[in-house]
Design a protein around this ligand. Structure first.
Ligand code: BYC
Length: 343
């Protein structure tokens, strides 16, 4: 039998650890040194870099790239599941899904706010998403063909997101780390609702069970690919680990996800579509078949099954919502005018 692996609740212990670390870091004195020495000292002491602290330009750019991509993922990620809000099988499931999709919008907003502390404008990030210069997670370019896909996304995609994001609660950049603490708590809830939804389907009629298995078959490898290219092809991992933005490599997190998920699949009574999945006593981990990284890069380049559809939808939403944005800007302008007059 494999040793007990960290499940979602074990991983959440790391979140409260991160909260404690943040409180301690805030109370501790910072080194007096300026610029580079200051930055190096803070990173070496495992403390947080805050928005007004000195930081290398490359560190700032890496964070903007990653946080913007993360924020865009949350917003684009509303589409595949949003597709099922009007067709959920019961009022209860509809209410749960609606809340979940709203949570994703909230995550996007915390993350855009975190990126803005690095001196970038939300409008610019948004424009870069629409022009294709900034990316979002590959996983949201796959279609949601059946109701079971909503459960599979909750279980596998949110499950992968938690494994990836819990270590980000200890990221060296304060605003990103703090945003991640709340995001992870909500993602953990999302993962459990996906698991529960699949659990019910797996014990339903033969057709429901087949639908659940089919969804897991289609979402397994794209979920493994979410962790990024293998370490040997990862362009940013080494530097991001040195800066303590990333705490684990892509392959380490992928393995952690597999180890956790195999056991959950057993409880669900569903199969993972990999005949080579096997516990490796020597490594203390499951062996598994890697996802097709050629497909991952193709999807990142814009050639996945739904890339065009997702971007068209986003562009249309931006155009259709422009009158709301205009009204909000005008309201803010008038409020500012009023405040200026009354001062
Ligand atoms: N998709 O050097 P690497 C959610 C890119 S939303 C697309 O390893 P890095 C949810 C990578 O950007 C969760 N692109 O990069 C929402 C880089 O390209 P560029 C989203 C990918 O940054 C709604 C190149 O490949 N999570 O949970 O060190 C409903 C080389 O990669 C992907 C995050 O955003 C990919 N899968 O590591 C439900 C987490 N993988 O930028 C759920 C935060 C790699 O040089 N991000 N690329 O052109 C991260 O942790 C890291 O950015 C990654 C990649 C692990 C994803």
């Amino acid at each position: 039998m494999p040793p007990e692996e960290p499940g979602a609740s074990g991983l959440l212990d790391e979140v409260s650890g991160a909260e404690r670390a943040l409180a301690e870091a805030a109370a501790r004195d910072r080194p007096d040194a300026d610029g580079e020495a200051f930055f190096d000292a803070v990173i070496a002491a495992d403390q947080k870099i805050e928005p007004r602290d000195a930081m290398p330009e490359a560190y700032r750019k890496t964070l903007v790239r990653q946080i913007a991509q993360h924020a865009h993922s949350e917003i684009i990620g509303m589409q595949p599941e949003g597709n099922w809000i009007s067709r959920a099988p019961s009022l209860e499931r509809k209410a749960i899904l609606l809340s979940k999709v709203q949570d994703e919008a909230g995550h996007g907003l915390y993350l855009y706010a975190a990126a803005e502390t690095l001196g970038v404008d939300r409008k610019d990030m948004y424009a870069q998403l629409l022009s294709g210069r900034q990316k979002y997670s590959s996983i949201f370019n796959y279609p949601t063909l059946t109701w079971a896909d909503v459960g599979a996304i909750g279980w596998l995609v949110d499950g992968a997101a938690i494994v990836n994001q819990v270590p980000l609660c200890r990221c060296s950049y304060g605003p990103y780390a703090r945003a991640m603490i709340r995001v992870c708590k909500e993602e953990s809830f999302h993962q459990r609702q996906g698991f529960q939804s699949l659990y019910v389907l797996a014990r339903g009629t033969t057709k429901q069970r087949e639908m659940a298995q089919d969804a897991v078959n289609r979402y397994w490898y794209p979920s493994l690919a979410m962790f990024g290219p293998p370490d040997s092809d990862s362009t940013h991992s080494e530097q991001s680990m040195e800066w303590k933005i990333k705490r684990y490599t892509n392959d380490e997190l992928r393995q952690r996800f597999v180890d956790m998920t195999v056991q959950q699949a057993g409880v669900l009574g569903l199969d993972l579509p990999d005949p080579d999945l096997a516990w490796n006593e020597e490594r203390g981990h499951y062996d598994f078949t890697q996802p097709d990284y050629g497909e991952l890069f193709d999807v990142i380049k814009g050639n996945g099954p739904c890339n065009r559809k997702r971007m068209e939808h986003r562009r249309r939403a931006a155009e259709d919502g422009e009158w709301v944005a205009q009204a909000a800007r005008e309201y803010a302008r008038k409020q500012a005018e009023r405040t200026a007059v009354s001062v």
